[in-house]
Design a binder for this molecule. Sequence first.
Ligand SMILES: [Zn+2]
Ligand SMILES: [Zn+2]
Length: 644
Amino acid sequence: MIHITLPDGSVKTFDEGVTAMDVAKSISEGLARNVISASFNGTTVETVTPLTTDGNLVLYTWKDDEGKTTFWHSSAHVLAQAIEELYPGAKLTIGPAIENGFYYDVDFGEHSISEKDFKSIENKMLEIARGKHDFKMRSASKADALELYKDNPFKTELIENLEDGTITFCDHSTFTDLCRGGHIPNTGIIKAVKILSVAGAYWRGDENKPQLTRVYGISFPKQKELTEYLNMLEEAKKRDHRKLGKELELFTFSQKVGQGLPLWLPKGAALRERLENFLKAAQKKAGYDMVVTPHIGQKELYVTSGHYAKYGEDSFQPIHTPKEDEEFLLKPMNCPHHCEVYKHYQWSYKDLPVRYAEFGTVYRYEQSGELHGLTRVRGFTQDDAHIFCTANQLDAEFKNVIDLVLYVFGSLGFENFTAQVSVRDPENPDKYIGDVSNWEKAEQAIINAASDKGLDYVIEEGEAAFYGPKLDFMVKDALGRRWQLGTIQVDYNLPERFDLTYKGSDNESHRPIMIHRAPFGSMERFVALLLEHTGGNFPLWLMPTQAIILSISEKYEKYSQKVLNLLENNEIRALVDHRNETIGKKIREAEIQKHPYMVIIGEQEEQEGKITVRQHGGADLGMITVEAFTEIINKEIKKTLKSF
Ligand SMILES: [Zn+2]
Ligand SMILES: [Zn+2]
């Protein structure tokens, strides 16, 4: 008999050789129908693997990430079989599960495939799936494995790198593939399949090696889930920040200026300025001081900070002065500069904490293939700040920063977020610099602050940087996609490297602790996320133009101007569309520009001294006074933008 411990702590006794599927059946038939993978003592097992020792068993369904990974890994086998049957002579290489679906890298030889082939691959996959073939693992000797793949140099290379005795295959139907395991019980569970795209990929990611075709796909246990996923993709395309950025005239790129270097257009710059002013106002109340530091610094500065080791060789190369033989680097991080600002003064414990904030632009080299809109760029502005405090102040400072981050998220309509506390790996205590008791204090301070503030957080062991623990915020956007945003990071390293000190109450010299924090992360990334989250319908307080005045004809230009002045006097950002166009066209264009309110002016409005207001999306507010309109706007703003 063996003892199986389940995640709820209950222990069940079974005959040796019981499988995960048997255990599921012993719990309920419903569970057994839904179980698609399992792990035993922390390693993935097949649901049909006989268990022969005591241990901890976790059963996964489609709802679990592990379940999805297994489902998609198994689907990649089915894709490979379909390709082999449809394209004889195609050579398979590797095909993993990814975050959303799976891919397979294939050398198609004489064949080439494109979108028009997707349907036949999908149909073939579904035909195989319907066969309800079991996935069966088996071991093979190295010699047998090499023999099987004697015509496939890619698999041969993979096998040559494996130890004899560790090689396993997975069989299903008439197909076999080199595989480490972890499959759904049978192909029949795969009910819906979509081939999403094809792309070029080099064998082992090396551009000197043969080019392969990467076939991306996704699969689901229900047709309905595929439909929902495809709808989400469509919606995501509409909300792509690169598309919206162009339509709303927020930013552009110029090959002449250089790739990955965004140019903010007037409307985008105004948006950005509003975001900056919003954060600046909150920071001022939270006791931050603004500083300004240059975009470059001497190489030595970054050698001292350690950033040269991290970014130097692999980033923009030093700038040399023509005469003095000096070397400067484009600033990859603001922290070293802020350390030097701190060092300008003599500090006593009574003066701390000190908080320096800067919208600091930094530059980091990214390969051109990695660049993506505003989310991966070569120059970006962080809403950076560094707090220098004593160990006893850490707790309160962390709570203050969390308050600020929550204020930022709340004002911008992000309600769905989680937090991750990254702490040390208890197995590797030597990996970390700084005093053990300080680490304990800091980790506890973060955890206390997170739970005090009611955050939904998880603790990740081993995810801390070598120089300190941190708290990261993950937000889910309107389409349910996860983005990493604001981060708060404790640092014991830079105060040491820059020899930062303060005088304690004991009159001795002490090291301050440094906290790095950026609620937005960077202005570029944040605006991208905000665009995709809101689809360009930003909260009203942030909109560059809150109301556009559309006159029915030129006759009402004077009255339009008067209304504009009234709105501006009430601090409403408004524009007049003076063009000699039909009102219908003006309304359509105002809709595309996502102006939240349209103010329509014609004869009746002028006579009665009123305005007709129409909301973005079509709702009609009728003919009202400018004062009533101002009140509507102010009310809406107050709903999201509270004072800090
Ligand atoms: Zn497999
Ligand atoms: Zn920093």
